[in-house]
Design a protein around this ligand. Structure first.
Ligand code: ZN
Length: 108
């Protein structure tokens, strides 16, 4: 998976084309990402009694990674991700400015 949590992406296809946002969640098995404020749908909730009165909530649906492009944190251009090996480690690099792309996501 090339994309990581907290990467900034731009949507290239679909109803939210042109929008940018930060990746909230990566779902590698489904090849999808959840991006804050992108691909948001309204859902009507039925009232379930006094504590849950129902109403309309926003749900952020995952987007296919084929519909997003990374925005490089260094050159701020829409770019592709390349990989470069440093020793045994592989790091992500921006194909436009060749600078490493660091993930600011929390490591587990
Ligand atoms: Zn770059």
């Amino acid at each position: 998976m090339k994309l990581k949590v907290n990467d900034t992406i731009k949507v290239t296809l679909g109803k939210d084309r042109g929008k940018t946002g930060k990746i909230e969640k990566v779902l590698p098995k489904a090849n999808t990402v959840v991006v804050t404020g992108v691909n948001v749908y309204k859902k009507n909730l039925k009232p379930k009694g006094e504590k849950e009165p129902g109403g309309i909530i926003d749900i952020t649906k995952p987007l296919s990674i084929s519909k997003v492009a990374l925005i490089c944190p260094k050159c701020h251009l829409q770019t592709r991700i390349g990989f470069q090996g440093i020793g045994k480690k592989k790091i992500r690099i921006c194909k436009k400015c060749k600078k490493p792309i660091k993930s600011s996501g929390t490591k587990k």
